[in-house]
Design a binder for this molecule. Sequence first.
Ligand SMILES: Nc1ncnc2c1ncn2[C@@H]1O[C@H](COP(=O)(O)OP(=O)(O)OP(=O)(O)O)[C@@H](O)[C@H]1O
Ligand SMILES: [Mg+2]
Length: 320
Amino acid sequence: MPAKIVTLTLNPALDKSTEISHLVPEQKLRCGPLQLDAGGGGINVSKAIQRLGGKSLAVFPAGGHNGKVLCELLKKEGVKTNALPVPGETRENISVLESASNAQYRFTLPGLQISENQADECLDIIKKLKPDYLVASGSLAPGLPETYYEKVAVFAKDIGARFILDTSGAALQAAADEGLFLLKPNLAELSALAGVEKLEINEVDDAALKIIHEGKCEVVVVSLGPQGALLVTRDGFEHIPAPMVKKQSTVGAGDSMVAGMVWGLNEGKSFHEMAQIGVACGTAATMNHGTELFHAEDVWRLLEWIQKYGERYQIRDFGA
Ligand SMILES: Nc1ncnc2c1ncn2[C@@H]1O[C@H](COP(=O)(O)OP(=O)(O)OP(=O)(O)O)[C@@H](O)[C@H]1O
Ligand SMILES: [Mg+2]
């Protein structure tokens, strides 16, 4: 059976995390055990879909020993992969939790350089998979032009896949100019797309609607951190409040949200329910430490809350 959801990660990483009581300079620091995780936007989305009981296939370039470890880690989690072998070593990211302060230090190393031809080879792999949904998340690898996601947007149209993109800056702008299915910008990303320094909360719906009217996408889900999200379509907008939870770390909240939404769409859910599932997944991800995404049982509990009580906490006068 052809894969329904395919994720693309052009700048994957092997995430290494550990813990230390106090981070101090000069001294030898004795760290806790090393935890290895497969990382990178699209890969996180695939991992999160798996946790929801769904299926996807993760496509990414993989280099050297780290690339191999990345594939093994995903296999262990049951995530199907189709990695393009590339020369060089897939990057590592390092995060250190200082337990005394509960502060997390995240060191992100430069990504493995890949050529446009190699990225095109990833697209060739995807073409054969005939996905219904193509999700790209994260930054572009060094070596790729800033307009590369624009090419992916054209490609997605050619193969008849609905393209969902979660990235930022010039890469996002270029793809949006080409037009795609769904965008999930946060407030800063939406402001940049709208060409303004900072949008006020009451300008968010108009800015998102303008993007839709300009033909940049069909649906915008603006993620608003602890305030949840604003779903905007041609027909109007709806605020989905996020339940209050004890926040541990917001790492992976955006990818979890995207995963929930694409999973929901693939299950035939409406945009309304898609956005509710997205918020439930994003918020559930904040309940865990570090790079850990979410536990499915938290998602279903939070979703129930949103569906029962969300309306009470809705902001209805965004445009006021
Ligand atoms: N402090 C929080 N409390 C509750 N829910 C949160 C919080 N932060 C994020 N979320 C949930 O996660 C979703 C995505 O978060 P956010 O808007 O911060 O995305 P983002 O800026 O793209 O995140 P990322 O840094 O992962 O890219 C939100 O819509 C919300 O559901
Ligand atoms: Mg994000």
